[in-house]
Design a protein around this ligand. Structure first.
Ligand code: AP5
Length: 219
């Protein structure tokens, strides 16, 4: 299955993508994670992206597109993907469409996770991530068993630089200006499914699976 998860920062795209990738046997690809990994490795791509990410701005389309084109050529993508954080502009969506056309494929569904802005600010400022394995937590809704320590690998939990409150507010503005138009873009294509992302994590997952099942039964 070829899916895109669309929604504002903090909507739960990453959280739901991890679950969906397992449930639908497809690979989870997060452009934010790819940039953070490149930065950990100290590559020129990571260093270039860091400035934009720290300011809460979008990395230029050309840089993102080259990176994602490379990733989508890898073997593990053949059984499908769950894209998280890409596309984020109409230009990126056009590139993705052309790329899929070239290999005679199309997107199956775009899942839009809708969450009110005040909830997003609380989610992002309370998020903590493992500095070793990248697992995600939240101080209130999904805390680790031992404070500050990852349940999976024992690594230290840290706050992302772009999750400080002033950067979060800027990221939400950038989202509304550049990415929200994709909701209409995909609605017009007839492949948009809308989930209420303000519910708890398991309920959102259940709603997304129900939406996909309903569509698959109808087609
Ligand atoms: P990226 O890492 O993709 O950040 P984002 O899109 O801003 O998304 P987030 O990871 O902040 O949120 P999410 O929706 O995945 O929520 P999550 O599941 O983590 O990108 C970072 C930066 O990279 C961008 O700002 C940009 O600079 C650059 N970039 C990336 N892609 C790009 C592109 N295509 N073009 C240009 N630049 C690009 O959940 C958030 C928190 O809430 C967690 O703590 C989680 O535990 C909690 N939570 C999740 N769901 C629930 C729930 N239902 N109830 C309660 N808590 C919940």
């Amino acid at each position: 299955m070829r899916l895109v998860l669309l929604g504002p920062p903090g909507a739960g795209k990453g959280t739901q993508a991890v679950k969906l990738a397992e449930e639908k046997s497809c690979v989870h690809i997060s452009t934010g994670d790819l940039f953070r990994e490149a930065l950990r490795k100290g590559t020129p791509l990571g260093v270039e992206a860091k400035g934009y990410m720290d300011r809460g701005e979008l990395v230029p389309d050309k840089v993102v597109v080259n990176m994602i084109l490379e990733r989508l050529k890898e073997d593990d993508v053949k059984n499908g993907f769950c894209l998280d954080g890409f596309p984020r502009t109409i230009e990126q969506a056009d590139v993705l469409e052309k790329l899929l056309e070239e290999i005679d494929e199309t997107l199956d569904y775009v899942i839009y996770i809708n969450v009110p802005r005040d909830v997003l600010v609380k989610r992002l400022t309370g998020r903590r991530v493992c500095s070793d394995c990248g697992a995600g937590y939240h101080l209130i809704s999904s805390p680790s068993e031992k404070e500050g320590i990852c349940n999976e690998c024992g690594g230290a939990l840290v706050q992302r630089d772009d999750d400080k409150e002033e950067t979060v507010v800027h990221r939400l503005d950038i989202y509304e200006e550049n990415t929200e138009p994709l909701v209409e873009y995909y609605r017009k294509q007839g492949i948009l499914l809308v989930a209420d992302g303000a519910q708890d994590i398991e309920s959102v997952n259940k709603e997304v699976l129900n939406l996909l099942d309903k569509e698959e039964r109808a087609n």
